[in-house]
Design a protein around this ligand. Structure first.
Ligand SMILES: [Zn+2]
Length: 313
């Protein structure tokens, strides 16, 4: 079965530790070419996320990560960078795995539209507005003041809409989320967030937020971060993940959910989901609970529908 995964932080690990190689099976790398291939992942998103270890994030740091993405992932003979719907079809017609470059957090762009245009030229197709804390554009969900967008952030949001860059609300504050629903007129995504009703973590989405994403025909990437799946238990089984899927479906989101693992961005894992090569364990659990056509949609088809309407031609 084909799989698309909407979020991982492998690029950050490759950046922090230059000894790691994407093309090699590495114990430390949850997402590597051999593991993607083993799992049957057809499309993987790779986030540019500037690690906490960088004191003053700049555009130069982002460019270093773009360079790394192309050197290690884009140029791998088994990979193909997806920038357009044409690339998507090309990947589907080949044995290659598609890689989509994304940005997590506007922090280092300093409100400079030239930076955003350059990143679009370099292949960035989706932008998460914040990480957990406030930046110049908006507040993240863990920022104590719980604010929304700045004036500049609202302008940036309208510019992203015009440019056709996908907007990702994972990590965004609740206030900013609802301001965005008012301002922004295209489908948007939460690439790696679960349901608050099942696991009451601030990083998860309320039912109203889930319904808003369903209504705009966006996509919710169910994520494998154990404490976003079940905050009450230390060991989290795959069955706990299915509760989030059931819940999103019960709100009418059967066609609007996919997966966004957050592999390489986590230091604890769901039992049986230690790395991307273990997607087979989810498939097995899904097949026991859903029809084949539903399982295919959750793993790939829903993301595919969204991407083919959101990516440039
Ligand atoms: Zn994240």
């Amino acid at each position: 079965m084909r799989i698309m995964d909407g979020h991982c932080d492998a690029l950050t690990k490759l950046y922090v530790n230059p000894k790691l190689e994407f093309g090699r099976e590495e114990q430390e790398l949850d997402v590597s070419y051999p593991r993607l291939k083993h799992a049957g992942v057809k499309v993987q998103c790779f986030a540019i996320y500037l690690s906490d270890s960088i004191q003053q994030p700049t555009f130069e740091h982002i460019l270093q990560m773009v360079d790394l993405f192309y050197r290690q992932i884009g140029r791998h003979p088994g990979m193909h960078v997806i920038q357009t719907t044409e690339d998507w079809h090309l990947v589907e017609a080949s044995e290659r795995i598609g890689a989509i470059l994304t940005l997590e957090g506007l922090d280092a762009l300093a409100g400079n539209m030239m930076h955003v245009r350059i990143l679009q030229q370099l292949g960035v197709r989706s932008i998460g507005l914040t990480w957990n804390y406030a930046n110049w554009a908006a507040d993240g969900v863990m920022e104590p003041r719980k604010g929304g967008f700045t004036r500049k952030g609202k302008q940036m949001l309208k510019d992203l809409e015009t440019m056709g860059i996908i907007v990702d609300v994972s990590h965004l504050s609740t206030t900013a989320f609802w301001e965005m629903v008012e301002l922004y007129n295209k489908p948007f995504i939460a690439s790696h967030s679960n349901a608050q009703k099942i696991c009451p973590h601030p990083r998860n989405l309320s039912d109203e937020q889930i319904k808003a994403i369903i209504q705009c025909k966006g996509t919710i990437g169910i994520t494998f971060v154990p404490y976003f799946v079940d905050s009450a238990n230390l060991t989290v089984p795959i069955s706990a993940l299915l509760k989030h899927i059931d819940h999103v479906c019960s709100l009418g989101g059967e066609g609007q959910l996919g997966f966004g693992s957050d592999f390489d961005g986590i230091e604890q894992w769901i039992k049986g989901l230690r790395h991307v090569g273990q997607y087979e364990n989810i498939i097995e659990a899904l097949c026991k609970n859903y029809r084949e056509s539903q399982v295919e949609a959750f793993l790939y088809g829903n993301w595919r529908n969204f991407m083919l309407t959101s990516l440039p031609k």
